[in-house]
Design a protein around this ligand. Structure first.
Ligand SMILES: Cc1ncc(C[n+]2csc(CCOP(=O)(O)OP(=O)(O)O)c2C)c(N)n1
Ligand SMILES: [Mg+2]
Length: 314
C-alpha cells in the first residue's frame, strides 16, 4: 500500500473557508436557509442562533427522557451529555455535511445537528427491529453512514488515529473535507491520543481534535490526569496549534472550530481544541457521581449552564 507523503511546510490557499453549507443544514436543527457564514466570516450567523438553541434544548430533553427510560428498564444503558450541549452543537454547526465525525460516545448533540433522526437513535438505544446496527453494538454506541458519523466504540481514544487516517486518505483523494475526533479529558492519557496527534503533526492532517474537558473521567478528576496546566498545550509538543475554548459559549466554540476547519483545509495543519465544560449528570447510567464529587462544585458549574447562557446571550 502506498504510504501517505509527508507534506513539508504549511501550504496556503488550497481551499476556501467552508462554513456550514445548505447540505449541512441538518434536519433536526432545522436551520434557516441563510444560516451560513459568508466567506471570510467565521461567526455563527445570527439567523442560526435560534435553531442552535432549539437543538440544545432538544438534546437535553432527550437526555432526560433516556435517563428515565433506563431507570424504568426500557433501555439498557445510556451516556448523558447534559452540560456539554453548547460545545457539541457549536462544533457540529461549524462542520460541513461531507466532513467525517469520529465520536467518543457522548455526542448526542453532534448527531442531532447532523440530522440523525430521533427515531433511529431511540431504535438503537432500545435495540428493536428498527436498529440499523441490528443489535451488534452496545446501546448508545451508534453510527450513521448517511451523516458521516462513525460508530462509537468503548475503548477510549481509538477514534483519534482513525480520524487522522481518514483525513489523510481524503486529502489523497482530493476531497476538501476535515475529520473531527471527539474525546474527553481522560482520553488524553491514552496511547492513541499521543500516536494520533504525533502522526497528525508530522503529516499535517486536516483533522480537528475536539477534546471536551468535562473535568472528570468517571471518578478521576482532571487534576489527576496530567500535570500540564491545560490539555490544549499538548498540541505544541506535536508541532501544531492548541486552543482552550469556553465550551459553555456557543458562539466561541463555533468560531474556533470554523477557524480550525479553515486552517486545516488551507493546508495549515490540525488543531487541538480543548472545550472546557462540565458533565452535570453521571458518567453513564452505571455511575453515581455523588460518590466522588461535591454538590457545591456542581452548583458552581450550573451557574454557567450552556442553555441559560445561550438563551440570555451571556
Ligand atoms: C482504553 C480504555 N481504558 C479505560 C476505559 C474505561 N473508561 C470508560 S469511560 C472512561 C472515562 C473517560 O473519560 P473522558 O475521556 O474524560 O471522557 P468522558 O466520559 O468524561 O466524556 C474510562 C476510564 C475504556 N473504556 N477504555
Ligand atoms: Mg471527561
Amino acid at each position: 500500500m502506498a504510504r501517505p507523503e509527508a507534506v513539508g511546510p504549511p501550504r496556503k490557499g488550497l481551499c476556501e473557508i467552508v462554513a456550514p453549507s445548505a447540505e449541512s443544514v441538518m434536519a433536526n436543527a432545522a436551520l434557516p436557509p441563510d444560516a451560513r457564514a459568508s466567506p471570510g466570516e467565521l461567526d455563527l450567523p445570527s439567523s442560526a442562533w435560534v435553531a442552535a438553541y432549539r437543538t440544545m434544548v432538544l438534546a437535553r430533553a432527550m437526555d432526560e427522557r433516556c435517563l428515565s427510560l433506563q431507570r424504568q428498564g426500557r433501555i439498557g444503558f445510556y451516556v448523558p451529555l447534559e452540560g456539554q450541549e453548547a460545545a457539541q452543537v457549536g462544533c457540529a454547526l461549524a462542520l460541513d455535511a461531507k466532513d467525517w465525525v469520529f465520536p467518543a460516545y457522548r455526542e448526542l448533540g453532534v448527531a442531532l445537528v447532523r440530522g440523525v433522526p430521533i427515531q433511529e437513535l431511540l431504535d438503537q438505544f432500545i435495540g428493536n427491529s428498527g436498529d440499523r446496527l441490528k443489535g451488534r453494538q452496545m446501546p448508545n454506541h451508534y453510527g450513521y453512514r448517511a451523516q458521516n458519523f462513525v460508530v462509537a466504540s468503548s475503548p477510549l481514544g481509538t477514534q483519534i488515529p482513525q480520524a487522522v487516517g481518514a483525513a489523510l486518505a481524503a486529502r489523497r483523494r482530493g476531497d476538501p473535507i476535515v475529520t473531527v475526533a471527539f474525546f474527553g479529558d481522560g482520553s488524553t492519557s491514552t496511547n492513541d491520543f499521543h500516536a494520533g496527534l504525533n502522526f497528525a503533526g508530522v503529516f499535517r492532517s486536516p483533522t480537528i481534535f475536539f477534546c471536551q474537558n468535562n473535568q472528570w473521567a468517571i471518578s478521576m478528576p482532571r487534576s489527576r490526569q496530567t500535570m500540564s496546566p491545560t490539555l490544549a498545550e499538548k498540541a505544541e509538543a506535536y508541532g501544531f496549534r492548541g486552543v482552550v475554548v469556553d465550551g459553555t459559549d456557543l458562539g466561541q466554540v463555533y468560531r474556533e472550530v470554523a477557524q480550525a476547519r479553515a486552517r486545516a483545509l488551507a493546508g495549515e495543519g490540525p488543531t487541538l481544541l480543548e472545550a472546557q465544560v462540565y458533565r452535570f449528570g453521571p458518567h453513564s447510567t452505571s455511575d453515581d457521581p455523588k460518590r466522588y464529587r461535591s454538590d457545591p462544585e456542581v452548583a458552581e458549574w450550573r451557574r454557567r449552564d450552556p442553555l441559560l447562557r445561550t438563551k440570555d446571550g451571556s
